[in-house]
Design a binder for this molecule. Sequence first.
Ligand SMILES: [Zn+2]
Length: 273
Amino acid sequence: MSRITGTFCSLCFLVGLAFAATAIAQPAQPAGVPVLAYHRFDPHTPAATTVTTATFESQLDYLVGHGYSIVPLANIVAAVLRKAPPVASPVIAITVDDGHSSVYTVLFPIIKRRHIPVTLFIYPSAISNAKYALTWEELKEMRASGLVDIQSHTYWHPNFRKDKAHRTPADYAAFINSQLTRSREKLDAQLGTHINLLAWPYGILDPELEAAAAHDGYVAAFGYTGGVARPGDDPFSIHRIPVPDFAHGSAFEGLLRNAQAHPEGNITKAGHE
Ligand SMILES: [Zn+2]
């Protein structure tokens, strides 16, 4: 009896080992990649969508100190589209929406000093036009550094939800097409780029917008939900994490941890830019 028990236990052990080996052999579910979304920078004054220089530098220090590699956004898009293997080490990308002048005066010197790649989502109607906005010359200089990738944020940053409410379906479809195409064509013409990424204004998107972006030649588009980017995600609603000024120290760590815990994001209000 004891021999049978012994044999049984040995089998159990071997079966257990086989299961353990299978578990080890299976690739782990890749963790999501955080894509940070900023708007404005200020040396002193934080505001709703502004991060102070000190906070931003502390966030970069945190990332470097915790082994993150800050990579071009295109690398993450390739992984989401499964055109590149999922990234193995902790990586993160930095994006900045709207093209405010502080991108040139505050952010650009920091990323040059630290040699960090950044993607700017720009709506061209404001460039060299609105008081608060960057100029084409500044965009060209930043792009020439090799650190700054420039992509589309539509042509004039509409609130698509409002336009959908007051336009006829045909007019709305034409309006979407115009916003997506004009932005890409203007940026390409001014900067010699090949725009293929988009950030949705106010984080607003729906299936009609996604289909229009695909039809207009974009390969991926970004929302603003607080989640993370994962291989196989819908490429036209890739999650990003809005970064507020209070997110320094443990609050920044909490922001990243919350995004991994809620990879689909848990920001539902489109009360940002
Ligand atoms: Zn915006």
